[in-house]
Design a protein around this ligand. Sequence first.
Ligand code: GDP
Ligand code: CA
Length: 321
Amino acid sequence: MRIVALAGGIGGARFLRGLLAAVGPQDEITVIGNTGDDIHLYGLKVCPDLDTVMYTLGGGIHEEQGWGRADETWSIKAEMKEYGVGPEWFGLGDRDFATHLVRSQMLTAGYSLSQVTEALCVRWNPGVRLLPMSDDRVETHVRITDEQGTRAVHFQEYWVRLHAAVDAEAIIPVGADTAKPAPGVLEAIAEADVILFPPSNPVVSIGTILAVPGIREAVAAAPAPVVGLSPIIGGAPVRGMADKVLAAVGVEATAEAVALNYGPDLIDGWLVDTADEHAVAAVEAAGIACRAVPLLMTDVEATAEMARTALALAEQVRHGS
Ligand code: GDP
Ligand code: CA
């Protein structure tokens, strides 16, 4: 079976670990990763979501934190601070720096982000084919209004420095309109047997991937069933501040509203948590097959069970039952 999954960072990566545990060795998983969170720091290109997927599946992630390297040290950051060079709010540890150095060196030498990602994955051996959504630069910005007036800030500044404490007025994936899908992305979607939307952020992770011209259209036109899992449980994101960015695009932070926002043209099936069983009827009425099952990724086995249910729902949708 050829499975394609669109993925952001932590929610995407944790789901993929369960998916890998649920499938057999003959199944092929292609992950299309969000690069809208990418940021340039100290002259280096940092790709937080690609790295979170790579480290999580490759066994290098800081488990409790969900991002960054295990057994990390922070000497470079401390030295930068002595020079008065920031930003202090963005955590790049020493081990993590090596990844960004290799990536930036290769990009400077003329390799594309897909080629670089493939090269980094040789070390991490994530068990999936990890493709950036695009080789072109896309950076999500968030329009906010605070005491400094109305302005756009980089998504990382909004999320990490400002902790999404101010309202997001608009989400702008800068560069997305002219970005091209990375090599292999459209082919993987067209040839997939199943397409999954993990419980990643629907706006700034999955939404950004779909904003690359051609990707949304390819998913909608794909012969494969498309099944998503809700990142919203009981009216709130399980982790993070997805409600803030959902509000910016006029979508309520409910499992049902997120499904309807993707819509029946894009997704065929949707899983909500048992806490949201009441949402099933409305989602189904919109033409999206829906089931309520436990959706907390408490451990790999619980997550694998979510993945098995998503794959089973895809089969049911495929056979029209
Ligand atoms: P990010 O790039 O690190 O923000 O990660 P993603 O976009 O991939 O995922 C973030 C989303 O994962 C958030 O909206 C969370 O609500 C969701 N999430 C995190 N843990 C869980 C979980 O255990 N279950 C479900 N259903 N969603 C989760
Ligand atoms: Ca992210």
